[in-house]
Design a protein. Structure first.
Length: 274
């Protein structure tokens, strides 16, 4: 299938990851044993992600959840060119600023909470915006992870080469910034309509309003220094701020339709993100 990772490359990536599952080579075998045990439990419907995250997290070395996740970020981040799997902005070198994304969300698909191909690395904004959104029509009790060619309804960041499905252009001057995204396939168009239109609109709004950009950047920089859940009041405030900005962006569009969602048949094409 055009625009899809072939089986040979999938096998190569799996083999490479098994050699890099921990940043210290001497801990690699123990890490793989631990992950295989968690994976077996997840296949029975357990969401084991929090257990992985908290595993011996007080330790600074050895086999710990945070170090296992750091190794995964480094491995998959390199495959992504150190860019977000969705918007392609550069990933910051802070673990909390580049969360591990569950393509099929773990709340709906706990059996895939530790599935190698279900995990990618996103930026904070894309991860928060997508949250637990279920894209596609896969049944929640799906026994096996779908093959690469089964993802025809939406963009899968581990299976779909980005440039085959989406292109982006970012222009900046001293005082103005503008970014656009264009979907080239049904999967790419879905990603634009569900996520990238909003990301582009927010970025354009922030970058062209220096005071707002500075305030949002200060909040984000502070929040990204703390693990998710440590600052519930700030997280709630940022969520409310994003909702408010979203309403403003929807209301200020050239047409009467919201940024998110499919294009009605009666409106002109919206292939380019605003």
């Amino acid at each position: 299938m055009k625009g899809c990772l072939d089986e040979i490359e999938q096998q190569r990536q799996c083999a490479q990851y098994q050699l890099q599952a921990h940043e210290v080579e001497g801990n690699n075998d123990e890490t793989l044993r631990f992950l295989r045990d968690l994976y077996a439990r997840s296949r029975r419907g357990e969401d084991v992600w929090d257990e992985l995250s908290n595993y011996q997290k007080s330790r600074k070395s050895g086999v710990t959840g945070p170090l296992i996740k750091n190794a995964f970020r480094r491995f998959v981040g390199a495959l992504q060119g150190n860019r977000c799997c969705y918007c392609r902005r550069w990933l910051l070198n802070i673990a909390h600023a580049k969360p591990i994304e569950h393509v099929l969300p773990r709340n709906s698909y706990p059996q895939f909470s530790l599935q190698f191909w279900n995990l990618a690395v996103a930026c904070f904004d894309c991860n928060q915006l997508k949250k637990e959104a279920v894209w596609g029509s896969f049944l929640p009790d799906l026994p096996e992870y779908p093959c690469a060619t089964a993802f025809t309804e939406f963009f899968h960041p581990r299976f779909h080469p980005y440039a085959d499905h989406v292109s982006f252009e970012r222009r900046e001057t001293n005082h103005v910034s503008h970014v656009t995204y264009t979907g080239h396939t049904p999967q790419g168009e879905h990603l634009c309509s569900e996520l990238l239109y909003i990301i582009a609109a927010r970025e354009n709004l922030y970058r062209n309003n220096p005071s707002l950009a500075e305030a949002v950047a200060t909040l984000q920089d502070f929040q990204e220094q703390h693990p998710e859940g440590d600052l519930p009041a700030l997280e709630a405030f940022r969520s409310s701020l994003n909702d408010s900005l979203q309403c403003q962006l929807d209301d200020s569009g050239l047409d009467e339709w919201p940024l998110k969602g499919p294009e009605p048949e009666t409106r002109p094409s919206r292939r380019h993100a605003r």
